[in-house]
Design a protein around this ligand. Structure first.
Ligand SMILES: Nc1nc2c(ncn2[C@@H]2O[C@H](COP(=O)(O)OP(=O)(O)O)[C@@H](O)[C@H]2O)c(=O)[nH]1
Ligand SMILES: [Mg+2]
Length: 356
């Protein structure tokens, strides 16, 4: 399993002084390498291969920055650990966040900004809020917003969500503006398993029974209403369970992590999504249980296939895709490579998700 390459406490100073790197363990083959292989293996003319490889290389430079925020103990670290190939610090015990500044975790081109929880005192809250606002206003080297999306983790098992509402309604949405907020904020209700104090959770199937499902729907609806009434923005929360694995104790697998991951990839710019494919946690148990409202694993795979196609195809290929005859030879070009690419994407996800 890969480990985060860089772990650092964000100092919010402009010149990032504390960068240190660990030697990464041997890598599994990345999606970029698989795609490179497919392009090389294809019967495309050499000039086409070169064009496609160049596009792929450009795409490989993309970076994704996710911010994860919410109250202390909501399950932010657990969520990141379950979803990605990184062990994010310790899973918190106790209520005291170590620092009032943001922590940064990096794995390849994926950076996660973890904010300490709010609600541990007004002075601390103000400091954290200011750090969040500054980070959300930061631009990357292309003058695009640095933070691609914000995941707000709420604890479904608590009645007191006041601090989280205040964070969403008074900080995140006003800071991003309504349009960007609609696209880039995901509200997620974690700890669905213990939302009714542990009752109505079917441990064998690792899913809520009907009573708990209805309770969670109502909880999600009430969160949605609170945000809409205050900001006019309609965000539909995802109920899930990050699960836990503690040595010597019973283990609980994640639930609906597939749905959450699917929402996350859809919320980040299309040309950056491959970064996530490369860093997804490949423990199949983490992706086995969900509400089956949709086939999230299949949809995720499709989403990535579209992304890959967009990233290496050019206008001639696209023309051939729709027109077929219009461009003649490019039609063949598209056909000659599309199967290999679909296979590579499917291969990655069957390995990660276990089946498909
Ligand atoms: N029952 C249950 N416990 C969870 C879940 N997610 C996290 N936890 C537990 O909640 C506690 C706080 O989690 P942590 O990830 O450190 O929260 P953070 O402070 O938001 O980073 C830990 O003891 C976790 O094991 C979940 O989905 N279900
Ligand atoms: Mg944490």
């Amino acid at each position: 399993m890969s480990e985060p390459k860089i772990i650092e406490i964000e100092t919010l100073s402009p010149d990032d002084p504390f960068l240190f790197t660990q030697t990464p363990p041997p890598e599994k083959q990345s999606i970029y390498e698989l795609l490179e292989d497919e392009i090389m293996k294809s019967d495309l003319p050499d000039s086409e291969k070169t064009k496609k490889l160049s596009r792929l290389l450009k795409n490989r430079e993309k970076k994704v920055n996710l911010m994860i925020t919410g109250a202390t103990g909501a399950g932010k670290s657990s969520t990141v650990n379950a979803m990605f190939h990184m062990e994010v610090a310790k899973i918190g015990v106790g209520a005291d966040p170590e620092t009032a500044e943001l922590s940064r975790y990096e794995l390849d081109n994926l950076t996660i900004w973890d904010t300490p929880g709010l609600g541990d005192g007004a002075a601390k809250d103000e400091k954290i809020t200011r750090s969040i606002i500054r980070k959300l206003n930061e631009a990357d080297e292309h003058c695009d917003p640095l933070i691609d999306m914000v995941l707000v983790v709420l604890d479904a098992s608590t009645k007191d969500l006041g601090t989280s509402y205040s964070l969403i309604n008074n900080v995140l949405i006003p800071c991003l503006g309504k349009k960007a907020a609609a696209e880039r904020i995901i509200v997620a209700l974690n700890q669905s398993d213990i939302a009714m104090k542990g009752a109505h959770w079917n441990a064998e199937k690792n899913e809520p029974d009907e009573v708990l499902s209805a309770f969670l729907d109502e909880k999600a609806e009430s969160v949605r209403r609170r945000i809409r009434e205050s900001t006019g923005l309609d965000l539909r929360p995802v109920c899930y369970c990050a699960g836990y694995k503690e040595a010597g104790k019973s283990q609980r697998n994640p639930y609906n992590l597939t749905r959450l991951f699917y929402c996350i990839i859809r919320s980040i710019p299309k040309d950056k999504r491959l970064v996530l494919a490369d860093n997804i946690n490949d423990d199949a148990d983490n992706w086995m249980y969900d509400d089956k409202e949709s086939d999230y694993r299949k949809e995720t795979e499709n989403e990535f296939f579209d992304t890959v196609w967009d990233c290496i195809a050019d206008s001639a290929d696209t023309g051939s895709e729709i027109g077929g005859e219009i461009l003649g030879i490019p039609g063949k070009i598209a056909g000659g490579i599309i199967g290999g690419i679909a296979g590579a994407v499917r291969g990655i996800f069957s390995a990660v998700f276990g089946t498909i």
